[in-house]
Design a protein around this ligand. Structure first.
Ligand code: MLT
Ligand code: MN
Ligand code: ZN
Length: 309
């Protein structure tokens, strides 16, 4: 059995975002139960009944997440943590900077593409997570590997990374290069499998759903997917940004080219949105957008949500 825990269902900045006074963020800040706060994007998965957990991305809110989720509490007495490994889908601040939170001499393994491991290596601050205690293990596109813990022991989980449409991390963009200098390893989706053969897909950032990706997801048991925005231009409409969702490497949920429409024919049994931006109206339970997403068979992921496969 696989246990899947949503540690953080918000996009970069979380919800409410610290510097945002919009109506949605104000509702979350005031404790409105219909618009609960969300920390930044991360899942935890266990293939051994909850003894050890593998982080899928490491959010800067990890300290808060590790306190809020009993599954991640240290054992009684002394030091330790059930966090055995982290697998990164990119080098975005919201997905990688949480590694810095794990610097207190804890042994765990970091799995990422050579491209993302190169980013960690090039940024010396990540050396605070001692590589002698936290081996950095390359994963290869389209190749399944065992997810190991910091001792090199198998966690019982396996990962197959695959490239998805998207781009390099915002802070690494080169405006002079096509697609800002992105390469296929910059943004990946993960297929996670356990020893019993159960599997699910985790794709927190995806700019479009081309036919090969649609085929890969067809008939899946569970897909946990990029829910950044409702409309492509919602950050522009709110006056917060000059960028569309697609410019940021994300599909919008709604519309003829949106995620909801693209998934409609795929027969995915369970569809869950995560990485939800603080401008997205589905964040509040009383909006027509939330009702529409749910009517189309989608669940809006929330912090603390647990799924089993
Ligand atoms: C994204 O998902 O587009 C990035 O996390 C943006 C950012 O770095 O804030
Ligand atoms: Mn993000
Ligand atoms: Zn806001």
């Amino acid at each position: 059995m696989m246990r899947i825990l949503v540690l953080g269902s918000g996009a970069g900045g979380g919800f409410p975002q610290w510097n945002c006074g919009c109506r949605l963020c104000r509702r979350a800040r005031e404790g409105d139960p219909l618009a609960p706060a969300r920390t930044q994007s991360s899942l935890a998965v266990s293939g051994d009944g909850g003894k050890r957990w593998v982080l899928l991305n490491a959010s800067p809110d990890l300290a808060v997440q590790a306190r809020a989720n009993a599954a991640l509490h240290p054992p009684k007495g002394g030091r330790g943590s059930p966090i055995a490994a982290a697998v990164l889908t990119n080098a975005d601040v919201d997905h990688a900077s949480g590694l810095l939170v794990l610097r207190e001499g804890h042994r765990f393994a970091i799995h990422a593409t050579p491209r993302v491991l190169g980013v960690l290596k090039a940024n010396a601050i990540f050396n605070v997570v001692n590589p002698a205690l936290s081996p950095r293990l390359p994963i290869t596109l389209e190749t399944e590997s065992a997810i190991l813990d910091g001792q090199g022991e198998p966690t019982g989980l396996f990962v197959t990374p695959f490239s998805v449409p998207g781009k390099i991390a915002l802070w690494l963009e080169d405006p002079n290069l096509p697609n800002f200098g992105s390469v296929p390893e910059d943004t990946i989706g993960l297929k996670i499998r356990d020893q019993a053969g159960k599997s699910f897909f985790y794709i927190p950032g995806c700019a479009e759903l081309p036919p090969d990706l649609a085929r890969r997801l067809t008939g899946a048991e569970l897909v946990v997917f990029d829910g950044t925005t409702w409309t492509d231009d919602e950050m522009i409409a709110a006056g917060f940004s000059e960028k569309t969702a697609s410019r940021m490497g994300h599909m919008a949920m709604s519309g003829p080219d949106g995620t909801i429409a693209a998934f409609a024919p795929l027969g995915v049994k369970r569809r869950v949105f995560v990485h939800i931006n603080n401008t997205n109206p589905v964040l509040a339970a009383d909006t027509p957008e939330r009702r529409e997403a749910e009517a189309q068979g989608w669940e809006i992921g929330f912090d603390g949500m647990e799924m089993t496969l």
